[in-house]
Design a protein around this ligand. Structure first.
Ligand code: ADP
Length: 280
């Protein structure tokens, strides 16, 4: 784990240099994961889980072996998007085996362990982080090219601790085009910077809605500032996703794997290329 980029001896953050971080080799011996990508957002409800699921689907369609670790413990939505309700089983070594979706994506989520998926998970941050860590150390993921992590929203203690609980190689920041976005994206960017995690790019969700009659793009949340932010930080803008009722309906039906759209197709290519370049 790399060192912090700030003086963490006096800061209140739970920095990796304070806790030693978590090395990749703490993976379960049943795991062989090449790249761990966190999907983060400065605030909730911007479509982070949707972007995580769709990126997983596009990477899988390109032939990569993909898993999704649902680290949004108090708002887990990955199993529902994939229509996965199987119980988590164990292997002969006592490791957890992630249920597999219809098209072969492996999924681990606290919702797969609850007797009643509507029961809230009212846990302290340390317990949440411990659970996420176990989703890495005690899960036999098998061979994966990409493990996508749907992180808890925001930049407070819980997302930060979760961020530290996994050996993340890079992150994707999801935002929506509201006025507050600049500040919120900057917070997420600064969090990644504190952890020395490379930002692979930005995704703007809910950028516009297309009028079904005339095709005009209506900017419901106002003008986007995402290009300026991308320029300011030197990040790539990976994709702009419109508000699309068909997307919401694929999610609601648990059929995200059968979605017909290419909003994140080139974003998946770009992420795969950046990861491959880093390994070279
Ligand atoms: P977050 O993970 O940031 O809290 P979600 O991905 O769970 O947000 O999205 C919140 C809700 O909005 C979900 O019901 C999702 O299906 C819906 N949604 C997200 N993005 C879009 C979009 N571009 N078009 C239509 N519905 C969307």
């Amino acid at each position: 784990m790399s060192e912090c980029t700030h003086d963490c001896s006096s800061c209140s953050l739970n920095c990796p240099s304070k806790n030693g971080g978590i090395p990749k080799d703490e993976a379960n011996k049943g795991s062989n994961v090449k790249h761990i990508i966190a999907v983060v957002s400065g605030k909730g409800g911007v479509g982070k889980s949707l972007v995580t699921s769709m990126l997983a689907v596009h990477l899988s369609r390109k032939g990569y072996k993909v898993g999704v670790l649902d680290a949004d413990i108090t708002g887990p939505s990955i199993p529902k998007a994939f229509g996965v309700y199987a119980d988590v089983e164990g292997d002969e070594n006592g490791a957890m085996l992630p249920p597999v979706t219809k098209t072969g994506i492996k999924v681990m989520s606290v919702n797969l362990m609850l007797e009643d998926e509507t029961r809230p998970v009212v846990w302290r941050g340390s317990l949440i982080a411990g659970t996420v860590r176990q989703f890495w150390t005690d899960t036999a993921w098998g061979d994966l090219d990409f493990l996508l992590v749907d992180c808890p929203p925001g930049t407070g203690d819980v997302p930060l601790t979760v961020f530290q609980s996994l050996p993340i190689d890079g992150c994707v920041i999801v935002s929506s085009p509201q006025d507050l976005v600049a500040m919120i994206v900057k917070k997420a960017a600064n969090m990644a910077d504190m952890m020395s995690i490379p930002v692979l790019g930005l995704v703007e969700n809910m950028s516009f809605v297309k009028c079904p009659d005339c095709g005009k793009e209506i900017k419901i949340f106002g003008e986007s500032h995402i290009d300026e932010i991308a320029d300011e930080f030197g990040y790539d803008l990976l994709a702009r996703i419109p508000i699309d009722t068909s997307v919401a309906s694929y999610v609601d039906k648990g059929m995200i794997e059968y979605i017909i759209c290419d909003y994140l197709d080139s974003a998946a290519d770009s992420i795969a290329k950046k990861c491959a370049d880093k390994v070279k």
